[in-house]
Design a protein around this ligand. Sequence first.
Ligand code: AMP
Length: 191
Amino acid sequence: MRLIMMGPPGAGKGTQAKFVAEHFGIPAISTGDIFRANVSEGTPLGIEAKRYMDAGDYVPDEVTNLMVRNRIDEEDAEPGFLLDGYPRTLAQVEELDGMIKFTGHSLDAVVVLTVDADEIVERLLQRAQVEGRADDTEDVIRKRQEIYAEQTEPLIEVYRARGILIEVDGMGEVAEVTQRIFEALDVVTQS
Ligand code: AMP
């Protein structure tokens, strides 16, 4: 199973990605989490990524692509994986296509969580209090939403055209959303 979880910042993709990956017995690969781990360990990758993350910008494609390529090459990702937060640009889509093709597999589905924009800002400000993420201030949230709309939203049409897009209503309780995702993915796994 090779899946992508997409959605605007604060749509709950990280939370849902973990449930879905566990359900299918595949690793959830979150580029944001890998960057954050590198930032807290002070690695050269972390030092480079932090500049972009703190400003709400995307880390350059070359850096992100290489990081994902290395992660996907690990043994636990051989039976499949769920990508959370990647790809985010058209160049990353192409790069991922190459990586997957190389292994002789294909993408099974791209899940997009749809949410109300006002609700998202609320959720992210709450998360800022709980998790203390440096990029959850109101200005940076707005910037991340803008960048998502400009650079990542166009990916939805790319995957829709391929017939592998699944749009799921991301509003409501976490468990309800998880249930909706499972129901939508059941259709894919049974077909
Ligand atoms: P996330 O936890 O997915 O919201 O990601 C947090 C931050 O990490 C983003 O705002 C970007 O700065 C960076 N990041 C995560 N994934 C990517 C990606 N695929 N391409 C570029 N930057 C990324």
